[in-house]
Ligand binder design. Structure first.
Ligand SMILES: Cc1ncc(COP(=O)(O)O)c(C=O)c1O
Length: 384
């Protein structure tokens, strides 16, 4: 059997950590109850597991347990935050950033169709949002601002804390999509003035299909119109039977990611830097996209001049990487993120996103660099 390709696509998803799998195990069969069953032991046990998970997630991120609303993942959390908070206000102005994930941009477009006024802020060539642009955009009728914490394609870290401060001074709620950031950068919601924060378990070695929305408990609390009706679970914000094993797994995954964050960051950052150093030393015409300092430790995104984008991926069958974001790769358009940075279309198409993970080894990075150098050189018609 041929060897598995090297997995360097950890922004798309991550494998479940064995410790997470272990934490989920009791809730598939032994303690399988419905957390909303109030009349018997099976339900009580499931409810206890859910509340224990809520407390542990809250403790790991500086939140209160009642500020955590369980969802199916960051797409749902973003939709609940954006559609929910805007619709509760009925009309007004919504501000977001051009490089957000589609799970933010698409609900914002839906709000625009419903009559909300929308501003999509541009970013600079390094992918970062300049705060004065946000400040200028805020208006008397602004009802919500959404700025992601870490970009899923180029890994840059937006100044969310400062943006949230600006919004708070004006009484405007700020939402942040932290799907790529939680467990990767310091994130203490006791310090962050954001009101709504989205997260998902499968980006941090937890299971797919579960996430949460942090809804700050302050006066006045941000009002949210629920997306689903029925049952009144999660304080009426998200009806639906909770997936107890997934919730328990997510709590363990969040705890581990937060506890091991610093050590993981140092190791993954060194591997990412090694990959970048080799590509830049061994190939001319390599363009790294996005700021290099304010960046996720495991992210590298670079374009290779003079190479056809489609042929590049085909020339790398032993490497699991992506061009643009996995969630948009079904559509043939070049990445909207790279376009927002002003990257020319041909270079954007000839760009690869590398995502180093917890289990990535030095040997895998060397092998990946060998493969990319050989593929680019061969597509450029150079013998190596
Ligand atoms: C920044 C960002 N937001 C949202 C999502 C969607 O998350 P989920 O897969 O949990 O719906 C992703 C995942 O691709 C992401 O990277």
């Amino acid at each position: 059997m041929a060897a598995e390709p090297i997995y360097l696509d950890h922004h798309a998803t991550t494998p479940v950590d064995p410790r997470v799998l272990e934490a989920m195990e009791p809730y598939w069969r032994r303690d399988f109850g419905n957390a909303a069953s109030r009349g018997h032991l099976f339900g009580w046990r499931a409810e206890a597991a859910v509340e224990d998970a809520r407390e542990r997630i809250a403790a790991a991120i500086g939140a209160e347990p009642r500020e955590i609303v369980f969802t199916s993942g960051a797409t749902e959390s973003n939709n609940l935050a954006l559609l929910g908070a805007a619709r509760a206000r009925r009309r007004g102005h919504v501000v977001t950033v051009a490089t957000e994930h589609k799970a933010v941009l698409d609900p914002v477009r839906a709000l625009e169709r419903e009559g909300f006024r929308v501003t999509r802020l541009p970013v600079e060539a390094d992918g970062l949002l300049e705060l004065p642009r946000l400040e200028e955009a805020l208006a008397d009728d602004t009802v919500l601002v959404s700025v992601m914490a870490a970009n899923n394609e180029i890994g840059v870290l937006q100044p969310v804390q400062e943006a949230a401060g600006l919004c708070r001074e004006r009484g405007i709620p700020l939402h942040s999509d932290a799907a790529q950031a939680l467990g990767k950068i310091p994130l203490d919601l006791a310090e962050w003035p954001a009101d709504l924060v989205s997260a998902t378990a499968h980006k941090l070695y937890g299971p797919k299909g579960v996430g949460f929305l942090f809804v700050r408990n302050r006066r006045p609390r941000v009002r949210i119109a629920p997306l689903f009706h029925g049952g009144g679970h999660e304080r009426g914000l998200r009806s639906g039977t909770l997936p107890v094993p997934l919730v328990a797994g997510m709590a363990r995954a969040v705890e581990l990611a937060v506890a091991e964050r610093e050590a993981d960051a140092v190791r993954m950052g060194a591997l990412r830097d090694r990959l970048r150093a080799r590509l830049e030393a061994e190939l001319p015409g390599v363009h790294v996209h996005g700021d290099l300092v304010r960046r996720l430790p495991g992210n590298l995104n670079c374009g290779f001049e003079g190479v056809d984008g489609e042929k590049l991926l085909l020339a790398l069958p032993r490497l699991a990487v992506s061009t643009g974001s996995a969630c948009t790769s079904a559509s043939p358009e070049p990445s909207h993120v790279l376009a927002a940075l002003g990257v020319p279309e041909a270079l954007a198409r000839a760009s690869l996103r590398f995502g180093v993970g917890r289990e990535t080894t030095g040997a895998q990075i060397e092998a990946a660099a060998d493969q990319v150098v050989a593929a680019v050189a061969s597509l450029r018609g150079e013998a190596r």
